[in-house]
Design a protein around this ligand. Structure first.
Ligand code: LLP
Length: 425
């Protein structure tokens, strides 16, 4: 996780900046992003997969600075809406290094992709083939890939498993939908099929599903060659690389995964008599998750007959992940030294439902009290990007820390922002 340095009085520094100072200066709740950690994580992907094109999955977290950092680190971008696409392109991100995903792309998404000239559009359904074929301007050809559901169950929670046959993404390998789609795309003069894509799921902590996916996808590449006489040059294995949210939890070792995927791909292609395709991967969570920290102020401490509740000034509106996937975090006290022994507490949010719990079994000093500052590590991915407007509390700001400096990247959503969208009276 974002490398913290202990400071005096129980405070911590990230990127050379005191967390207590960030809270004072920008208010709470606030998301902190360690730029050095993001960049180091981008480099770790290049080191583990030196031959691959690495696309950062923007859905995990996107703002202009983030787009700029990943571009500087030599990565492309995976987007799944015109919104993500426009933010990146208008920041100067080269559209040819962007891939558009989505199981239900709107006409506006497709138009934006064609207008900006994205590198690849990943086709996810038969209906999309027809829609795209007529949308591509006369005289041009759009590079596309096909999203395949390879029939592999992987991922940290049922809601984020996308490789099986019985879910909404992709075209099934097992029932022949993938083959049909490929044949239809090859018939379209305005579409150029350059490769196959699969994304098994998210928060995967074992190499096995990736190796199984390589085998199945190479099998499909061989079948395309046999049936259609063409060799597709690209294979995109998607994202999903799992991280630890609490100390001691398993994480996927990508330094070990890279060589294993490369070997599996080389062996499979050699056996099938295929050239090794250009590998593409799409990590999101593992690039930005551990680089983020949420800071909250404690507003209330309540001891019931059952437990101690520590209620903070954020919650499910800035982090819906505990409520959605049952994920638990490990908050810690910062900014105050104490000798009080640790005790188990439930860190709850401020929202008006009992399920708004950020950490069910947090180990916090027994003298925790209102005014204290709590840091929740591993908050960089799928936090702001999934934040909601629940209870009109306004979404928190994002602050980047690097080289001893804190810099505002995204400002707090204000009551004026909220009021200005409400035009109905
Ligand atoms: N590529 C595609 C096509 C995807 O759908 C995703 C994530 C990724 C790449 C990046 O996966 P990652 O490396 O971040 O696991 N909100 C959930 C995660 C949803 C993932 C959606 N797709 C969560 O908070 O756990």
């Amino acid at each position: 996780p974002a490398s913290t340095t202990p400071l005096a009085h129980g405070d911590l520094a990230v990127g050379g900046v005191s967390l207590a100072e960030v809270a004072d200066r920008f208010g709470t709740p606030v998301y902190l992003l360690d730029e050095g950690e993001v960049r180091a994580r981008c480099r770790a992907y290049h080191d583990a997969f030196p031959e691959a094109a690495v696309l950062y999955a923007a859905k995990a977290f996107l703002c202009r600075a983030m787009a700029h950092w990943v571009e500087e680190e030599g990565m492309g971008l995976d987007v799944c809406s015109a919104g993500e696409l426009e933010l990146a392109v208008t920041t100067g991100f080269p559209p040819e290094h962007i891939v558009l995903h989505g199981n239900a792309k709107s006409p506006y998404d497709l138009q934006a992709a064609l207008r900006f000239g994205v590198g690849r559009i990943v086709i996810d359904s038969p209906s999309e083939i027809a829609r795209l074929a007529v949308a591509v301007p006369e005289g041009s050809r759009q590079k596309v890939m096909v999203r395949v559901a390879p029939g592999i169950a992987a991922g940290g929670h049922a809601k984020i498993r996308t490789g099986t046959d019985d879910q909404k993404f992709g075209l099934s390998l097992a029932d022949g939908s993938a083959h049909h789609a490929i044949a239809r795309i090859l018939d379209q003069p305005h579409l150029e099929l350059v490769g196959l894509h699969c994304h098994l799921g998210s928060q995967i902590t074992s190499a096995k599903p990736y190796l199984a996916a390589v085998r199945r996808m190479v099998g499909l590449l061989a079948r395309v060659r046999d049936q259609h006489g063409i060799t597709l040059p690209e294979l995109d294995l998607g994202g999903g690389y799992g991280i630890a949210y609490r100390p001691g939890e398993p994480a996927l070792d990508i330094a070990a995964l890279g060589p294993r995927v490369r070997a599996e791909l080389a062996d499979g292609c050699a056996a099938a008599g295929l050239p090794v395709p250009r590998l593409i991967i799409e990590p999101g969570r593992a690039v930005v998750g551990p680089a983020g920290i949420s800071l909250y102020r404690v507003l209330a401490v309540k001891r019931t007959g059952h437990r101690t509740f520590v209620a903070v000034d954020g919650g499910m509106s800035d982090n819906p992940r505990p409520a959605l996937y049952g994920v638990r975090y490990a908050p810690r006290l910062v900014g105050r030294a104490t000798a009080a022994p640790l005790a188990t507490a439930t860190v709850a949010g401020r929202h008006c439902e009992a399920g708004d719990v950020l950490a069910g079994e947090a180990e916090l000093p027994g003298d925790i009290r209102p005014g204290d500052l709590l840091a929740v590590p591993v908050a960089g991915a799928y936090h702001l990007s999934m934040a909601s407007g629940y209870n009109l509390v306004g979404r928190p700001p994002v602050v980047a820390v690097a080289d001893g400096r804190a810099r505002l990247l995204v400002r707090r959503e204000s009551l004026d922002d909220i009021r200005s969208r409400d035009v109905g009276l």
